[in-house]
Ligand binder design. Structure first.
Ligand code: HSE
Length: 298
C-alpha cells in the first residue's frame, strides 16, 4: 500500500509575523510517495531534483518521520519515502518545510489518520530544527493545514488557522541565489526596541483583522516589518525597488518570503497579481540574476 502527496510551497513570516504567520501556495510543491515497509525505521529510497542526504537522520523528511514513528510506538514499523523536489532548497518558499510536512501527512494516511494536524506540525518542526537550527512552524503549519496560519504559542504549541479572503493572491519572485535560513537567522538582533515591538504587534493584530474582515486596505497597511526586514533585505538584490514598484503595479504590499531570497507580494485579484509578476520581471530582467516567478491564489 502506498500514498502520494503533493506538499506546497509556503511563504513564512508574511511581513510583520516573523516566525508566527505563514501562508500556503497552490504550487509549486514537492511530490512524495510513501509506503509501509517490513524493515523497521525510516528509509529514503530516492530524491530527485536536488542534492540532499538520503540518510534519514540527515534529511528533513527523515527526521520528521522518525519523530512521528517514535511517538507511534511500534518499533517494528518501517516507512519508505521517495521525494521529488520541485522547490529548490534555500529558496525562501519553504523547501525543507514542504518535504517534512509532506512526509508526515503521507505517513499519517498510512496510519489511518492516527495523529491530529497539530501533532503533524510538531513532527514536521523537527525537520525545520535540522534545516535551520530552530524548529519554527510558520512554514510547516500552512503546508499541513492550508491557507493562512498563526502560531499563537510555541510552548505549548498552539496553531490557529486564519480566514483567507476570497480574492487574495500572492506573487513570489525567487532569485536563483541561495540564502541559508540558518545564516539569515544568525544575522538577526536578539533584542528589539519597545517602540518597534509596539509597531509590529499593532501590524500583526491588524493583519489578522484585515484577513477576517476581508478589508484589503487594512491588509495593505499592515504588511510592514520593522524588525527583521531592515536587516535581511540587504541580502536581496533590488529589494526596495521591488517593494515600491510592485505596489505601484497593484500589490497590496509584501516583504521577504521566509528568510529570503524570495520576495512575496499580496494582491487583490488575479489580474493585479499578474501585473505584479510583470513588474517583478521588469525589475529583475536587467540585473543578470536568474529568477522564477510564481502566481498563486491563497
Ligand atoms: N520564520 C523563518 C525565518 C522562516 O524567517 O527564519 C524560514 O523560512
Amino acid at each position: 500500500q502506498s500514498v502520494k502527496v503533493f506538499s506546497p510551497a509556503t511563504v513564512a513570516n508574511v511581513a510583520c509575523g516573523f516566525d508566527v504567520i505563514g501562508l500556503a501556495l497552490d504550487a509549486p510543491g514537492d511530490e512524495m510517495e510513501l509506503r509501509i515497509s517490513h524493515t523497521p525505521g525510516v528509509k529514503i529510497t530516492a530524491i530527485e531534483g536536488a542534492k540532499l542526504p538520503l540518510e534519514a537522520a540527515q534529511n528533513v523528511a527523515g527526521v520528521a518521520l522518525m519523530a512521528m514513528l517514535q511517538e507511534y510506538g511500534q518499533p517494528d514499523l518501517g516507512i519508505e519515502v521517495s521525494i521529488k523536489k520541485n522547490i529548490q532548497p534555500g529558496s525562501g518558499i519553504g523547501s525543507s518545510a514542504a518535504s517534512a510536512a509532506g512526509a508526515v501527512v503521507g505517513a499519517n494516511k498510512l496510519l489511518n489518520d492516527h495523529f491530529s494536524p497539530e501533532a503533524l506540525v510538531r513532527f514536521a518542526m523537527e525537520g525545520e530544527r535540522l534545516a535551520s537550527g530552530t524548529p519554527h512552524a510558520d512554514n510547516v503549519a500552512p503546508a499541513i493545514i492550508g491557507g493562512f496560519t498563526l502560531v499563537r504559542s510555541y510552548q505549548p504549541l498552539d496553531i490557529v488557522r486564519l480566514h483567507t479572503p476570497d480574492d487574495l493572491w500572492v506573487t513570489v519572485i525567487h532569485p536563483q541565489i541561495e540564502v541559508k535560513t540558518s545564516d539569515a537567522r544568525e544575522i538577526l538582533k536578539q533584542k528589539v526596541l519597545l517602540k518597534d515591538a509596539i509597531r509590529q504587534w499593532g501590524n500583526v493584530g491588524a493583519l489578522v483583522a484585515g484577513l477576517y474582515q476581508e478589508d484589503y486596505n487594512l491588509i495593505s497597511r499592515s504588511l510592514e516589518d520593522v524588525i527583521v526586514e531592515p536587516i535581511r533585505s540587504i541580502l536581496i538584490p533590488a529589494f526596495h525597488d521591488l517593494k515600491i514598484r510592485c505596489k505601484e503595479a497593484g500589490a497590496l504590499g509584501g516583504g521577504i518570503s521566509g528568510s529570503g531570497p524570495s520576495v512575496f507580494m499580496l494582491s487583490k485579484g488575479e489580474s493585479n497579481a499578474r501585473s505584479v509578476a510583470d513588474m517583478m520581471e521588469k525589475i529583475y530582467a536587467p540585473l543578470g540574476v536568474d529568477y522564477k516567478i510564481y502566481v498563486s491564489r491563497i
